[in-house]
Design a protein around this ligand. Structure first.
Ligand SMILES: Cc1ncc(COP(=O)(O)O)c(C=O)c1O
Length: 402
């Protein structure tokens, strides 16, 4: 939970940066491992490809979900065991498959016959996971159309894999990112049970089920500034029960993998930005609006602003007077806004240029999604620190703000 000491520590930083609480990330790993014993955790590198974070996770025993040869190289550099690194992207060129194979990768995920044939040609005798499609209902980002295939197609692909010299070892899926509905997991386990039955008819017995990502962060606000409620304890209990049930149905031993991205890092990242200017502008209809411009915005990797709002703190400013303001980033781009159209937030009326600003729960998909220099604004440096924890909850953050 974010507390005063942490806020003061971060407020003392002199320049803009992304601060990653490496100790919080380690503890989150332990929490997940304790909640899902006997499940192998493979961190989805795309969520935070920071070398120190990868090394810290590898030291705890994590494997990695890599989506390109460069991510595979980063995973190998982290010190993780090669057999716990897989190529999880269903979209890969012949050259990328070949390079991954040369790097020693054995496990490839696919969802089409075309990709499967390419794996058999450029990574012969490899292990194949077929990704099943999910509807993504209940998730903030559904990932449903671009990836995965039907149960029928999965059976066909795994059968074909066997016939062309590959080892059909597993099934994978992604339930949708920031999945907020616990019941979505029950649906997934039902589909998996049906799939195992179908595969057994063809004498295919997967060794692995990769449950993918989707576990939610707790610190986000929705577009209206309300906490995005995620019941993580219930979610993990449902997954644990689902794993046990599926294991009991399978005729051969099943091993489970989970590849969380945002859950591992989102709440353990804070952006330190600063105030550029608090202004008042009269709109076309005569309405006077306050606009607060910050030194950091969408192009610093905050592209998920389309679907959520990050809690914002002004750690050094004491004020009795607040104004409702829209908050925007520094670029000359009209999409670079951190609040939504009808939901300005309370900000101290006496904010001045240079005052530090903390943007919470920004540890996931920020360092990886930052633009290289839109309008000449450079990517933020990132730094790992050992904080108590920066895990936060949006309402608490807003309470500190007010
Ligand atoms: C294959 C795969 N696994 C895991 C993840 C991580 O998902 P999340 O951040 O929702 O945990 C992603 C994210 O897009 C993904 O594509």
């Amino acid at each position: 939970m974010i507390n005063k000491t942490i806020i003061e520590t971060l407020a003392n930083e002199e320049s803009d940066q992304i601060i990653l609480d490496i100790e919080g990330i380690r503890r989150q790993y332990t929490f997940l491992q304790d909640s899902l014993p006997n499940t192998q955790i493979r961190f989805a590198i795309k969520a935070c490809p920071n070398d120190e974070v990868l090394a810290a996770l590898a030291q705890k025993g994590a494997g990695f979900d890599a989506a390109s040869p460069n991510e595979i190289i980063a995973a190998i550099k982290s010190g993780a065991n090669l057999k716990n690194i897989h190529y999880g992207n269903t979209i890969k060129s012949n050259e990328q498959i070949s390079l991954a194979f040369k790097l020693g990768i054995k496990d490839f995920v696919t969802d089409s016959k075309e990709d499967l044939y390419a794996v058999s040609e450029y990574a012969p005798n490899s292990n194949i996971f077929c990704r099943i499609a999910t509807d993504g209902n209940g998730a903030v980002w559904s990932l449903s159309k671009k990836f995965g295939c039907s149960i029928n197609a999965t059976v066909e692909i795994l059968k074909l894999a066997k016939n062309i010299g590959l080892e059909p070892v597993g099934v994978s899926l992604h339930i949708g990112s920031q999945q907020l509905q616990v019941d979505a997991w029950n649906k997934v386990f039902s589909s998996l049970a049906e799939l195992l039955k179908r595969l057994a008819k063809d004498n295919i017995y997967p060794k692995y089920i990769n449950l993918g990502g989707g576990l939610p962060a707790s610190g986000y606000l929705d577009k209206h500034g309300k906490v995005m409620h995620a019941d993580i304890k219930k979610t993990l209990k449902t997954i644990k029960d689902g794993i046990n049930h599926l294991g009991s149905l399978s005729l051969r031993p099943l091993q489970f993998i989970i590849e969380p991205g945002r859950f591992m890092v989102a709440d353990f990242g804070v952006i330190r930005a600063h105030v550029v200017r608090l202004t008042t502008r009269e709109q076309l209809n005569g309405e006077k609006q306050h606009w607060l411009y910050l030194s950091v915005g969408r192009y610093n990797g905050l592209y998920e602003l389309d679907a959520l709002r990050f809690p914002i703190l002004f750690p050094t400013v004491k004020s009795n007077q607040y104004v409702k303001a829209f908050v925007a980033g520094p670029t000359c781009d009209s999409d670079d806004i951190l609040t939504s159209e009808n939901a300005p937030i309370s900000v101290p009326a006496n904010l001045k240029a240079g005052d530090p600003v903390l943007i919470l729960s920004t540890g996931a998909y920020t360092t990886s999604c930052s633009s290289v220099g839109f309008n000449g604004f450079l990517p933020l440096p990132s730094r790992c620190v050992e904080l108590e924890t920066t895990h936060c909850n949006g309402t608490k953050a807003d309470r500190i703000l007010n």
